[in-house]
Ligand binder design. Structure first.
Ligand code: XBP
Ligand code: MG
Length: 259
């Protein structure tokens, strides 16, 4: 049995609850700045989250609007139009993160520190744009935390985004590790399908947008990583006798001896 050598962290929804009050708000700010009458409500954004990638998400939204109503710039150069909007959105999003409004989820900082103390390698495996990872870690954690991660695999670095396994297989290759050496932490069905597609055991912490997703194949599904004074709620997976996720629990999940 391979020992646990690395934890592979998803970002949006896993490290922090970034979608509803972060990305969605930034998209709407970019739309308003561009003079578009587009506004993504909390509910609409939840529908659009079925597509990963902000540029891909805007193209999905456009596909739902009659072509005659598309902005002129979208008709002449769709990719250029979407790329320009996405750059503006990323600027708004990183400004939002700089305001410190998006905290890390419970247990994330504690688990990162425990893993580092235990000599476990860390990586980021995300669909979001690299600048967003830099901003989240810098503002919600610390600038030096960027060095905690051996690999930061993000955004367009791979041809196919989650749920394709590409971003996870890319990370394994860069780290020189096998799937059996690792455990992934995810929040969504797209993310789980991506990590499982790469053969990696996965722990899921759900959020408001993903709580009803299909998490078949996950090793454990929780409402959060928890803290000593803030126990998690187990949603699926073999019952564990822990109340918060620590390295002991992750080691036992990885080696199949459910504690
Ligand atoms: C979540 C995503 C991203 C974000 C938006 O990524 O699908 O597209 O919603 O970020 P993950 P961008 O859960 O894999 O961290 O606009 O930069 O794509
Ligand atoms: Mg996610």
């Amino acid at each position: 049995m391979s020992e646990l050598k690395a934890l592979l962290f998803d970002v949006d929804g896993t490290l922090a609850d970034t979608e509803r009050d972060g990305h969605r708000v930034a998209f709407n700010q970019a739309f308003a700045e561009a003079g578009l009458d587009w506004h993504w409500s909390v509910e609409k954004y939840g529908d659009l989250l079925k597509v990963t990638g902000g540029k891909e998400r805007m193209k999905l939204y456009l596909s739902e609007i009659p072509k005659a109503e598309h902005p002129a710039a979208a008709k002449t150069d769709l990719d250029g139009f979407v790329a320009g909007l996405h750059q503006a959105k990323t600027r708004h999003y990183t400004q939002l993160l700089a305001s410190g409004k998006i905290p890390l989820r419970p247990g994330v900082l504690r688990l990162l520190k425990e893993a580092r103390s235990a000599g476990i390698k860390l990586a980021i495996v995300t669909t979001t744009t690299p600048e967003n990872v830099t901003a989240l870690l810098s503002y919600s954690l610390s600038p030096e935390s960027l060095d905690w991660f051996e690999v930061i695999a993000a955004g367009d670095i791979v041809p196919a985004k989650k749920p394709a396994p590409d971003i996870y297989t890319y990370t394994l290759e860069k780290m020189g590790l096998s799937a059996a050496d690792c455990l992934a932490l995810e929040d969504s069905d797209n993310g789980l399908r991506s990590s499982l597609g790469a053969g990696i055991k996965t722990l899921v912490t759900v959020n408001d947008y993903t709580q009803n997703h299909d998490f078949s194949g996950a090793t454990l599904v929780l409402d959060q990583l928890g803290e000593a004074d803030q126990p998690f709620k187990q949603i699926a997976g073999k019952p564990v006798d822990a109340t918060f996720v620590d390295m002991n629990l992750l080691q036992s999940l990885h080696s199949n001896q459910i504690s």
